[in-house]
Design a protein around this ligand. Structure first.
Ligand code: LLP
Length: 457
């Protein structure tokens, strides 16, 4: 059964720089997919599908992914970055249908394990459009990459040079990039900052490790060095750190030409583009990012006297995060002292991000119109620890009660890809919504799935 909701109000624009305020009480939908509409009896429709109906049909917790929103975000990137390879960072969320969407839209793929790679290639994703990352690639990762013919392998440590070379047949050649660290601090949380020397990724430009690795790679006949890679972190809200990193990496390209007499044709600037999780938060403006990066690239290459390399960008969350909505059922409401806890049937097993990075979300009551005064509540999960919080100190209707539905928008990136079956709670299903139709993409993890891994006494 699928649901269409006709006669809905005008769309709110996608990818807001600062979340816009749409007319009337639709204001609180500003970080939702552009297709989100207020519907009757407190319901919200996404992709023309009622959330209450999705909960009814697929159970809760359940994740929705708005196909139209993902596709539109892919197009926004392609428009903002002409003559650029836009590569989807699969770690944000990966499933077969999503692979089809991004491939059809003309994107490449960034993977960081044999598992992600196998899923992509067996779904028909062209291997030559795949980039393999990883600070510690296993022998399986490297041999899968070579066997399946990935387009680029990004070398992340000196150890990897000989190890990868040794796996390539004598008559073979693999295109590689080197991941360099430009010494730029950016990103919303220490755990997702990767542009400085005090973390595990890449090879430092500052201490010369990058230059040393490049010289060694150039000595390996089975490795074809095609460019540099740099990913400075995630949830970055301004363009400036990208421009600083870009100038430093172009400086290294110029140095390589001087020292080795070669011009590297490619430059991959990674991802990390911020999304807004709550109305009023800042998302990185993609058209402006594209224009300023391309302008800076042209200017600094001209100043360094080198040709402009072909650019790659690797967005993850900005493509899928705002396209996802998590839907939960309230199981308990508890008032202790001056605090109200609204406990739902999911939690840190499907969304560890508040616990890991302090991310704040804007949950919303669904499927019932409440006229009660709002109260300040903390939406918590069902798991056995006090840190299992989905949204602390948010406004919820004062009469919120067991049986109610609660939706959390901007749930498409790094929720399910980081989900666990903590407390033997199965991971939720994923449902695509598009043009008034809902279809299951990933089924719910059952107790049988979980228990079947335990092979006995
Ligand atoms: N490229 C590389 C090499 C990366 O390591 C990443 C993310 C991306 C691209 C995509 O970054 P994005 O555009 O999605 O920010 N679990 C964290 C995020 C970890 C990001 C890891 N690498 C979170 O939930 O925020």
């Amino acid at each position: 059964m699928t649901t269409t909701l006709p006669g809905l109000p005008a769309p709110v624009p996608a990818m807001p720089h600062v979340a816009p305020v749409p007319p009337g009480n639709a204001a609180s939908l500003s970080v939702w997919p552009a297709s989100a509409r207020l519907a009757s009896r407190g319901d919200v429709a996404v992709g023309g599908v009622s959330l209450a109906e999705v909960a009814e049909r697929f159970g809760t917790p359940v994740y929705l992914l708005d196909e139209g929103e993902v596709r539109e975000r892919c197009r926004t990137y392609l428009r903002a970055f002409p003559d650029t390879d836009v590569v989807y960072a699969a770690k944000a969320f990966l499933c077969r249908a999503l692979l089809h969407w991004v491939q059809e839209e003309g994107l490449g793929l960034d993977v960081c394990s044999a598992g992600e790679l196998e899923l992509a290639v067996t779904t028909g994703f062209p291997p030559e459009r795949i980039v393999l990352h990883g600070n510690a690639k296993s022998p399986d990762d490297l041999s899968a990459a070579l066997r399946l013919g990935v387009g680029r392998i990004v070398i992340d440590s000196a150890w990897e040079i000989a190890r990868l070379s040794a796996l390539i047949p004598a008559d073979g050649r693999q295109k590689v990039l080197v991941r360099v660290v430009p010494g730029v601090s950016a990103g919303s949380h220490a755990a997702i900052r990767t542009g400085t020397d005090d973390q595990k990724f890449g090879l430092s430009i500052t201490d010369g490790s990058a230059q040393h690795a490049i010289a060694r790679i150039l000595d390996q006949p089975r490795l074809e060095l095609v460019g540099l890679h740099c990913h400075i972190g995630s949830q970055i809200t301004t363009v400036k750190p990208y421009l600083t990193a870009l100038r430093r990496v172009v400086g290294l390209l110029a140095q390589i030409r001087l020292q080795h007499g070669i011009v590297l044709p490619e430059l991959d600037l990674g991802g990390g583009h911020a999304v807004a999780h709550r109305p009023g938060e800042t998302a990185l403006d993609i058209p402006s990012l594209g224009a300023r990066i391309r302008r800076e690239l042209a200017t600094s290459c001209a100043a360094a006297g080198i040709p402009v390399p072909r650019l790659t960008v690797e967005p993850g969350r900005a493509l899928v995060g705002p396209a996802g909505v998590a839907l939960y059922r309230v199981l308990a409401v508890k008032r202790t002292g001056d605090r109200t806890f609204v406990a739902v049937d999911g939690g840190m097993s499907d969304n560890p991000r508040p616990a890991l990075y302090g991310v704040r979300y804007a949950p919303r009551l669904i499927g019932r119109r409440s006229t009660a005064e709002p109260c300040t509540a903390t939406v918590v999960g069902r798991h056995c620890e006090a840190g299992d919080v989905l949204a602390a100190d948010v406004a919820m209707p004062g009469d919120i009660r067991p049986g109610d539905l609660v939706a959390i928008p901007v749930a498409g990136a790094y929720h399910l890809s980081m989900a666990s079956s903590y407390n033997a709670v199965g991971r939720p299903p994923v449902v695509a919504v598009h043009d008034g139709r809902a279809r299951l993409l990933v089924r719910r993890e059952s107790l049988a799935d979980i228990n079947s891994r335990d092979v006995g006494l």
